[in-house]
Design a binder for this molecule. Structure first.
Ligand code: SAH
Length: 231
């Protein structure tokens, strides 16, 4: 089973990509293999990571680096997260086809594109107007029609569309904002980096059917800080 995930699947993805004339197919297959070897098991997550053209979400000048397992700068002090971390957070979030998902920190739009293929609808908020505009353009051009990007402050969430079945933060607040927990459905899951230092804690918050919360710490991570509202 394990072997099937780490070898057969990337090979299949490489073959498909090469057949489709994608010059990055081989590198993307190797990326998926690395993510699987680091412990991400969810086959749907691995399939989607293998199907999403990460090189089209990074600035053209660093396109050749798109599939290394590192975060990359995308301007305005933002980074596109490391592939393994995107996969890990997606696996923890456990999106389902019927889910409405809120993302805070659109950045390049890459995480939103991954989530779009695993859920019904993604609402993504980005505080930097230029990043919101370029992510919206990229997602539209690549046909991710079930993502809506809004420029705004993630601390406020998206009250008009709340509640959400899943919420993911890709910028780190000192503490997960209460407003966002309030916008999570009962039975919902929220994944976020939390903390104010260079290193933060990746937390999963589950809201039970009775509204009570269960919190667990999953990993140490490094994300850009979530900017205080209005800045
Ligand atoms: N998910 C992104 C990575 C984003 S990096 C991707 O896949 O590329 C974190 C992003 O959060 C940055 O673009 C940053 O501008 C944004 N951000 C920071 N503070 C924010 C806030 N208060 N509200 C919304 N977005 C915020």
């Amino acid at each position: 089973m394990r072997a099937a995930v780490s070898w057969a699947m990337p090979l299949l993805l490489i073959a498909e990509g090469l057949a489709a004339g994608d010059p990055f197919a081989r590198e993307r297959g190797q990326m998926v293999e690395l993510i699987a070897s680091r412990g991400v098991r969810d086959r749907e997550v691995l399939r989607v990571m293998g199907a999403t053209p990460r090189h089209l979400f990074v600035p053209a000048a660093i396109r050749a680096l798109a599939y290394i397992d590192r975060p990359l700068p995308i301007g305005w002090d933002a980074t596109i997260s490391q592939p393994y971390i995107v996969a890990l957070m997606t696996e923890l979030l456990r999106p389902e086809k019927k889910c409405r998902v809120l993302e805070i920190g659109t950045g390049s739009g890459y995480q939103a594109a991954v989530l779009a293929q695993l859920s019904e609808k993604v609402y993504s908020m980005e505080i930097v107007p230029e990043l919101a505009a370029s992510a919206r353009e990229t997602l539209g051009r690549l046909g991710y029609a079930n993502v809506t990007v809004r420029q705004g402050d993630g601390y406020k969430g998206w009250p008009e569309e709340a509640p959400f079945d899943r919420i993911i933060l890709t910028a780190a607040p000192p503490e997960v904002p209460r407003t966002l927990i309030d916008q999570l459905s009962r039975g919902g899951r929220l994944v976020a980096p939390e903390g104010s230092g260079f290193e933060q804690e990746l937390v999963l918050i589950e809201k039970r059917a009775d509204g009570s919360l269960r919190r667990s710490s999953k990993a140490a991570v490094t994300f850009v800080p979530m900017r205080p509202g209005g800045k």
